[in-house]
Design a protein around this ligand. Structure first.
Ligand code: NFS
Length: 668
């Protein structure tokens, strides 16, 4: 370890701004998740998946003499059965979270189409038509709301399908990928059905074959990726616009001393979008001024932040581990939360400051918070109520807190559609230039850097380390969720990052198109954008003809959520080798570990590894990429040596095409 690495290892957060607040908290005896993570060691039996508590004869604990693959619980279940069942329940929980969010989006789209949610409208008709096309819904010459109604109705079918059939969006995957799913019986039928079946099969006395169980885990995870996540991304684009690059800011310096600071936190974009509209209403601004503030400053946190950052350039205060720290700046007048990744600790913490915590979902309440229930039928009214709570609280702001001022520029907003567009303009958009750059060895491969930040490591540090090392090695990064937040609040999501840190091939590509070497694709549900991008690359030709076999890897170095497990599994089932940081939740069973790595790779060309050492994660990722290049018979990657001299379409060439193009809605 060099001096710098040693310093980071001692820090609670690798982000210096976060670290300043943590230190301020320690001086003022204010506890956060970082201290709690120090005090509360993980359970040595549960952490590696060696505890079974699906019935009340146990919990059966596979420790000591019992820590053998052949050891049996009271019912006779073996360690591999138990570890697999534990993993399956995580997948089911993660899938439920994304998919319940998606269900809300689908019903809102239906309400909008029926004229029952008047504050929303369909912003991206072109995307609606694109999705209608995937669903075989007729759209030519029909009223937009009729098309939207049919799209919403079909997508709602995906949740409750009981009989024959499978999720509609599976057919967006390359044929070969679909064939693998069919062959191994893992094409999901209905989203809810897969979750329920997983819960059934992991009951005491049902499915005991670890491989058979894990296949159901994959089927459930595919219902998450090609169902819940993809439905959510697409409907959010339809209602609020498909993202294209925006310039924004990140970290705690986004809070303003002289304005009302309102932060939206969680995952669902519906209320947050309304708040974005409401904070610029003249009456609201006048009301804020009447309380002595210069204006209203809206910021975000976690994935709700990513949603409104991608579409409106609303600044983000960062990811999961920043939520308590945000309050500790003393500058947050109200924190409005919806669902997922919200620490219940924030209400207790907020008592030490002036921050009002507002819960808004009928599904999620926290003791000590104010509850203002969101209702899409009176969406703006609810949004105004929340903004007013923040404004009224501005005058209660105390001097207490670490009033941080640093912030970093961020470029975000890279959707599948924009990436296609940036490689050739509206009329010639394709994935050809990206495939060519990979084939030529200018870009070595692609890594999806995703997942949570975690207080059990110097949080955000593993993201930062891997981001820098991968781009040095000419690996293009696509990022989502708190992975994006970690990169954004370190100043990594800018084109300058390419100039300073990227390898020569990647730098050339980034300079030609004017993009950062790390493309922020959005929230965690937007991992679905990676699935469709990989499918488009397969379709384009020259690389693999399926998602499996691409020089591409997924990494979630600081994962902690069950949602991350569902995501890792759907990438593995789709053909992507995935590496998670930290200790394995199935470490107790060698057999389960073997199935998830070797067996899955044989069947699907994807796998799920757990590797705590960041250097090893990097080496594994590069090894997967290089082996895929060899298997595809691509030119051996050597830094700075390119096979051909194809130049990507630059900004000027793209503008020329645009001049000739007719006015259009959206970018594609
Ligand atoms: Ni993803 Fe987004 Fe962050 Fe982890 Fe939580 S906010 S949904 S689960 S912590 S990346």
């Amino acid at each position: 370890m060099d001096k710098e690495t040693k310093k980071v290892a001692k820090m609670k957060s690798a982000n210096p701004e976060a670290e300043k607040i943590v230190e301020w908290g320690a001086e003022h005896k204010i506890e956060t998740c970082f201290e709690r993570a120090d005090k509360m060691k993980p359970c040595p039996i549960g952490a590696p998946g060696a505890c079974c508590k699906v019935c009340h004869m146990g919990p059966c604990r596979f420790v000591g003499k019992n820590a053998e693959e052949e050891a049996r619980g009271i019912c006779g279940a073996t360690l591999p059965t138990i570890a697999a069942r534990n993993l399956l329940r995580m997948i089911a929980a993660g899938t439920s979270a994304h998919s319940d969010h998606a269900r809300g989006m689908a019903f809102t789209l239906l309400d909008v189409a029926n004229g029952e949610a008047k504050d929303f409208k369909i912003k991206d008709v072109r995307k609606l038509y694109r999705v209608a096309g995937y669903l075989d819904v007729e759209f030519e010459g029909r009223p937009v709301n009729d098309v939207a109604r049919d799209v919403a109705t079909k997508l709602i079918e995906d949740f409750g399908r009981q009989g024959k059939g499978e999720l509609y969006f599976l057919k967006r995957a390359p044929k070969k990928t679909q064939e693998r799913w069919k062959k191994w019986g893992i094409a999901p039928r209905g989203i809810d059905r897969e979750v329920v079946e997983t819960m059934h099969r992991t009951n005491i006395g049902v499915d005991h074959d670890p491989d058979h169980l894990l296949l159901q885990g994959l089927r459930t995870s595919l219902a998450d990726g090609w169902g819940g996540c993809m439905i959510s991304t697409d409907i959010t684009d339809i209602l609020f616009g498909t993202p294209m690059p925006v310039k924004a800011e990140a970290s705690f310096g986004i809070f303003k001393e002289d304005e009302v600071n309102l932060v939206v936190h969680g995952h669902e974009p519906l209320l947050a979008e309304m708040i974005v509209d409401v904070v610029s209403e003249p009456e609201m601004i006048a009301y804020a001024k009447s309380k002595g503030a210069k204006g209203i400053n809206l910021g975000g946190m976690c994935c709700t932040a990513n949603e409104i950052l991608m579409r409106h350039a609303i600044p983000t205060a960062g990811g999961f581990t920043n939520q308590e720290l945000g309050i500790m700046t003393g500058l947050v007048d109200a924190l409005s939360v919806d669902v997922q990744c919200i620490m219940p600790a924030i209400t207790e913490l907020s008592k030490k400051f002036h921050t009002k915590i507002i819960t808004t979902s009928e599904k999620a309440k926290i003791q000590g918070a104010i509850h203002v229930q969101f209702d899409e039928h009176r969406a703006k009214e609810v949004a105004r109520e929340i903004v007013k709570i923040a404004i009224d609280n501005y005058t209660n702001r105390k001097t207490k807190g670490e009033h941080i001022t640093e912030k970093f520029p961020v470029i975000a907003g890279f959707s599948h559609e924009y990436i296609e567009y940036m490689q050739g303009g509206r009329w010639r958009g394709s994935f050809r230039p990206l495939n060519d750059a990979i084939m030529a060895g200018r870009i070595r491969g692609v890594v999806g850097l995703a997942g949570c930040d975690n207080p059990r490591v110097p949080s955000t540090g593993l993201h930062q380390f891997l981001a820098t090392e991968l781009i040095k090695n000419d690996v293009l990064i696509v990022s989502t969720g708190c992975g994006s937040a970690a990169c954004g609040s370190s100043g990594y999501l800018t084109p300058e990052m390419a100039l300073e840190n990227a390898g020569p091939g990647l730098r050339e590509v980034c300079e030609a198109i004017g993009i950062p070497p790390i493309l922020h694709l959005g929230s965690c549900v937007d991992n679905s954008r990676i699935l469709t991008i990989a499918s488009a690359m397969a379709e384009e030709g020259g690389l693999s003809d399926e998602i499996g076999g691409m020089p591409a890897v997924g990494i979630a170095p600081e994962w902690m959520s069950e949602k991350a497990i569902a995501i890792g599994c759907y990438f593995a089932a789709s053909g992507v080798p995935v590496i998670f940081g930290g200790d394995s939740p199935v470490e107790a069973s060698k057999e389960v570990t073997r199935i998830m790595t070797e067996v899955w790779f044989e069947r699907f060309k994807g796998s799920l590894h757990f590797e705590p050492d960041p250097e090893k994660i990097l080496a594994m990722a590069l090894d997967y990429i290089d082996k895929a290049r060899v298997a595809l018979k691509l030119k051996k990657y050597e830094q700075g040596k390119f096979a051909t001299e194809k130049v990507l379409m630059d900004m000027a060439a793209r503008r020329d095409i645009e001049k000739a193009a007719k006015p259009h809605i959206g970018i594609y």
